[in-house]
Structure formats: structure tokens, C-alpha cells
Design a protein around this ligand. Structure first.
Ligand code: AMP
Length: 191
């Protein structure tokens, strides 16, 4: 049998979100799980931000709790689809109902934002994440991790964020003080 060449390591950014239950505990569980994985190297996590739910068109989300969001940076040899399987397992472990409506409140959502500078278009997976440049709650923590980061084709996330702020001047994610304190305490007890 011909030996397979090892997969190249990819730098990956994951967008985490949630607005149901103890979302910070869910973010901590994701960090713990990624740190323990033999096929993933944990690099770092952004601050946690909070913002109002939005983007559901005719559906009224005003009764939903604010979202918490964070971006984490990892390296992995997992293929994009294998990584999606892992992130979907983490969502289910956090109690995510895979049959819930798209705009329903959720304890944990994990989006694969970037996978090195790859562009992927599969039925179940699009990378870069197709809506990341419409979401300040993704771009702000992403740019906190790397202010000079560009997408494939040198797409500027800073320019995308400036455009969003012009369009939606009130939709600015803010750092969530209580969640960040809880996260810092939780992370300090992780190996
Ligand atoms: P969501 O409601 O955001 O959790 O959407 C989940 C669905 O989006 C799943 O069925 C995924 O197969 C699909 N999907 C497409 N592209 C991505 C991506 N880059 N990251 C995560 N899920 C994705």
C-alpha cells in the first residue's frame, strides 16, 4: 500500500456563540476539549463579547437573551470536513438541539470561519464562513486576535467591519465583563 502523505497543518479560526444556559461554561468546555485533542493544537482565544440577537428577518427575537461570542485560534491536521464533524459533536455535547429552527436560541454554535487560506465549497461546508463579514460579533473578536488578518484573496476584515459599522452604527459588540472573569477563572484550572 502506498503511504499517504501527512496532512499539512492548517491554522483555523472558530467562531463560538450561544445565548442559552451557561454559555461561558460551554466555551470553557470547548477549550478543554480542543486542548485535550491529539490532532488539534490550541493557540489562543479572544475575549468574550455580548451582542443582541439579530438577523432573523420576520422572526421577533426580542425575547431571546443576548448572545455571547468568542473566536478561538487552533492548528490542526484534521481535514475541514473532519473538523466540522468534531465541532458538531461539541455542539451536541453542549445540549444543542440539531432539529431546532435556525434562529432559535442555542447553548453553543461553532462556525469554522477560516481554514488557512483555503476556499471550500461543499454542500455541508463553506469556508470562509459565508456570513462572517456580515457579523460584527465575529469580526471584532477575530481582529482582536490578529488585527492584520486578511481572508483568502487578501480580503480585508478591517474594511468589512468598517462597512458594517457604517450600515449598523448601533450593532457594536461589547466585552462581556462577567463572562470574561468566569472564563479566566475556568481557564486557569485547565491543563
Ligand atoms: P448553524 O445554524 O450556523 O449552526 O448552521 C449549521 C450548518 O451550517 C451545518 O449544517 C453545517 O453543515 C453548515 N455549514 C456550512 N459552512 C459552515 C462553516 N464554515 N462552519 C460551520 N457550519 C457550516
Amino acid at each position: 500500500m502506498t503511504p499517504q502523505p501527512p496532512n499539512k497543518t492548517a491554522k483555523v479560526y472558530l467562531g463560538l456563540g450561544g445565548n442559552q444556559g451557561d454559555v461561558t461554561a460551554n466555551f470553557l468546555a470547548v477549550a478543554a476539549s480542543l486542548k485535550q485533542s491529539p490532532v488539534i493544537s490550541w493557540l489562543r482565544a479572544s475575549s468574550i463579547y455580548h451582542s443582541k440577537p439579530w438577523g432573523a428577518g420576520e422572526h421577533d427575537l426580542s425575547a431571546q437573551a443576548d448572545y455571547l461570542n468568542q473566536v478561538v485560534e487552533i492548528e490542526t491536521e484534521l481535514s475541514p470536513t473532519a473538523l466540522l464533524q468534531s465541532t458538531q459533536t461539541l455542539e451536541l455535547l453542549a445540549g444543542r438541539d440539531s432539529n431546532a429552527e435556525r434562529w432559535a436560541a442555542r447553548p453553543l454554535d461553532i462556525d469554522i470561519l477560516l481554514y488557512s487560506d483555503k476556499e471550500i465549497s461543499l454542500p455541508q461546508l463553506t469556508i470562509p464562513h459565508p456570513r462572517m463579514c456580515e457579523r460584527a460579533f465575529v469580526l471584532v473578536p477575530l481582529l482582536e486576535l490578529d488585527a492584520a488578518l486578511n481572508g483568502p484573496g487578501r480580503k480585508s476584515f478591517t474594511v468589512a467591519l468598517k462597512r458594517l459599522y457604517l450600515q449598523y452604527p448601533d450593532a457594536r459588540p461589547e466585552k462581556a465583563a462577567k463572562a470574561n472573569a468566569q472564563y479566566a477563572q475556568g481557564v486557569s484550572s485547565q491543563t
